[in-house]
Design a protein around this ligand. Structure first.
Ligand code: GH3
Ligand code: MG
Ligand code: MG
Ligand code: MG
Length: 313
């Protein structure tokens, strides 16, 4: 059985790459029947801290592709059971959608096959015998591009805070962590005060600048394990793992002080900006995560109605 090699050829090595502090180990799926080449590639790639899965047949490769989640695929053209091009036709749609680069590695240099592979959407076609140095640089390049894309879909362009999509992911993660481990966390909502007035008085560009400065202030006041998100227009959220409401209040108070120390200048005038905050703490299992937003929002509403520039638990 060709696939008996899989156990032998695959093993976990260290993580490679980070997305905003979260370690990400990149998984490379090699679909190739050349056992010697595959062993050599595995060794070279694991040295670079990639995790490697091996398939010596098309059938096995397709199984791993659909059941696992490889981050990049190396695909041979001549395989024992189906042609690599047939495999390509089956996986290219999903691979494109999920930005999984496919690199054809082949001893088959016929121009029409190369053209066909490119026309199907393959980005790279590497000839055998493989130049390993060139190959490693190419892979790194593809992962860098992918990471940029991954970041771009979770980060708000104006402020650099995480976006609503990432807010939702983080909420899910923390709620399920709590269910598993009982690890508490706090959620703070922060809404800039009279922000419409800033826009109306000084213009939208100045308003944007205020949003950027506010975000900068927050990022300097939080820990790496905290997650800062733009929740909506001038409303922001801060997740603080392992933090009770009292400690969360200290963090938000500090942000309030730091922001108060900033002076903005526009139309030859100086002005200051404040925000109101609402905090909720999670110390029991949450079945409906939206409830937490509701609780923090209610506390925020109290801050708005009792003079603003304050935070309510
Ligand atoms: P309150 O103290 O009650 O929160 O009053 P407010 O004026 O801050 O709240 P309101 O919801 O009335 O206005 C929010 C404003 O934020 C309106 C909207 O145009 C502005 N805004 C939302 N997103 C952006 C943005 O990306 N840039 C700028 N410049 N303004 C924005
Ligand atoms: Mg082959
Ligand atoms: Mg506001
Ligand atoms: Mg608002």
């Amino acid at each position: 059985d060709m696939d008996a090699h899989d156990g032998l050829l695959g093993s976990r090595s260290q993580e490679s790459g980070h997305i905003h502090g979260m370690p990400i180990q990149q998984e490379i799926l090699i679909i190739d029947d050349d056992v010697e080449l595959v062993a050599f590639l595995r060794e070279s790639l694991e040295k670079q801290s990639y995790y490697v899965s091996i398939a010596l047949s098309a059938e096995r490769g397709l199984k791993i592709f659909y059941e696992g989640k490889p981050d990049l695929i190396l695909l041979d053209v001549l395989l024992p059971d189906q042609s690599g091009i047939d495999v390509l036709k089956q996986i290219i749609g999903k691979a494109k959608k999920e930005r999984i680069p496919i690199i054809i590695v082949s001893g088959e240099h016929a121009k029409d096959i190369q053209m066909y592979a490119y026309s199907l959407g393959v980005m790279d076609y590497m000839p055998k015998p493989l130049d390993i140095d060139l190959f490693l640089v190419l892979i790194k390049n593809r992962f860098d591009l992918k990471r940029e894309w991954q970041e771009s879909i979770i980060v708000d362009e104006l402020t650099g805070a995480f976006n609503r999509r990432y807010f939702n992911q983080t909420m899910k993660q923390l709620v399920s962590d709590f269910r598993r481990t009982g690890r508490i966390f706090s959620l703070a909502l922060m809404d800039l005060d009279f922000f419409k007035l800033v826009n109306d008085t000084y213009g939208h560009l100045i308003g944007d600048e205020v949003l950027q400065t506010f975000s900068e202030v927050v990022r300097h006041s939080i820990r790496v394990e905290d997650t800062f998100c733009r929740f909506g227009g001038e409303e922001f959220a801060l997740f603080m793992p392992n933090t009770d409401a009292g400690s969360a209040l200290l963090v938000v108070d500090r942000i309030q002080q730091q922001l108060a120390a900033r002076t903005f200048t526009a139309k030859k005038e100086e002005f200051q900006v404040t925000f109101s905050g609402g905090i909720t703490e999670v110390r029991e299992v949450v079945n409906e995560p939206d409830r937490l937003i509701g609780e923090a929002d209610q506390a925020l509403y109290v801050s708005k109605n009792t003079g603003r520039n304050r935070t309510t638990l």
